[in-house]
Write a protein that binds this ligand. Structure first.
Ligand SMILES: [Mg+2]
Length: 313
């Protein structure tokens, strides 16, 4: 019998999606950072997304409660950021052991409420259930002007590929304390800079792969240009810091593409508005699909041929 692990997440989602009925008011269904649905007669679309954080998988039992709450809400906010949207409401389902101290759960909610409040997200309900370990399932609703969401499918050959911040090594702490890039995502959408956008939850290589697949294009990225975080440089895992920057998940930075002719204007505008670094890491090229890594000497190697594929599975 085929297991979920054998198929991989992408294929499992593709097969499940085939089982589901559609509706005429769905603008973007399964396959982007969030679903986009039309509001009848309105001037805006709703954005719907949900995310789970589970003890032992997304955080360790000893993690600070406030950070667990921060992460649960932050993941959902990061998905809104990736569309250029604005958060509105959230429901939170909590699965918790009945012997858990109330104080810990209050800490989780304080962390969740603090980040939610900062970005105008109101937590207005949810459910509680008993279970072996702590789990938070956050379902978020956001909004965006009608038909303006920045999708994964908008990248065109020639586009410059950008990432915000620095990548890799989030396990050292950033995965619990990251800032969702809502302001940046909103600005990128409002100023019409970004053609395609995603947040980096599964690692640069995997998430760029999602853009390539949905846009039916390829990419060349420069190994030297990739902004490697200090945390990635300090990791002692036997992998290079570049490998951490390419393959580590949970950076929650934005990855997006900008038309080549807009590059100078975009880069100077970004610097006028944000202190956060934004780095050009490569270019979108015509299919065949896949990511080609260009080293300092100009030598090209497909990420797959370089033996990297096992990391991203
Ligand atoms: Mg996402």
């Amino acid at each position: 019998m085929t297991t979920l692990h054998q198929l991989g997440e992408r294929e499992v989602i593709r097969r499940l999606a085939k089982l589901l009925p559609g509706r005429a008011d769905v603008r973007v269904g399964i396959g982007d950072d969030v679903a986009v649905v039309a509001v009848e007669g309105g001037h805006r679309d709703f954005l719907l997304t949900s995310d789970a954080v589970i003890e032992g998988t997304h955080f360790l039992p000893g993690a600070a409660p406030e950070q667990i709450g921060h992460k649960a809400v932050g993941r959902v906010l990061s998905d809104f950021a990736a569309m250029g949207g604005e958060p509105l409401w959230a429901l939170v389902d909590v699965v918790a052991n009945r012997d858990m101290p109330l104080k810990r759960l209050e800490g989780v909610y304080r962390g969740a409420a603090k980040l939610a409040g900062k970005y105008g997200l109101s937590i207005i309900g949810g459910d509680m259930a008993g279970g072996p370990e702590l789990q938070l399932h956050v379902f978020g609703v956001g909004e965006i002007p009608k038909r303006s969401a920045v999708l994964r499918s908008g990248a065109r050959a020639g586009d410059v590929i950008y990432v915000t911040g620095a990548l890799g090594g989030s396990l050292a702490g950033k995965h619990l304390s990251f800032e969702p890039r809502l302001e940046e995502g909103l600005w990128l959408r409002e100023s019409r800079w970004a053609n395609a956008m995603i947040d980096i939850s599964d690692g640069l290589a995997t998430d760029l792969g999602h853009i390539l697949e949905m846009s039916k294009v390829g990419a060349e990225i420069s190994a030297d240009a990739i902004p490697v975080s200090t945390a990635a440089r300090k990791m002692k895992t036997g992998r290079t810091s570049l490998e951490h920057a390419l393959f580590d998940g949970e950076d929650f930075e934005l990855l997006f593409t900008v038309s080549a002719e807009k590059q100078p204007g975009f880069e100077s505008s970004w610097k006028d508005v944000f202190k956060l670094p934004c780095t050009a890491v490569g270019r979108i090229v015509k299919a065949p699909r896949g990511i080609v890594l260009v080293d300092a000497a100009g030598k090209k190697k497909s990420l797959k041929d370089a033996g990297y594929e096992h990391f991203s599975g």
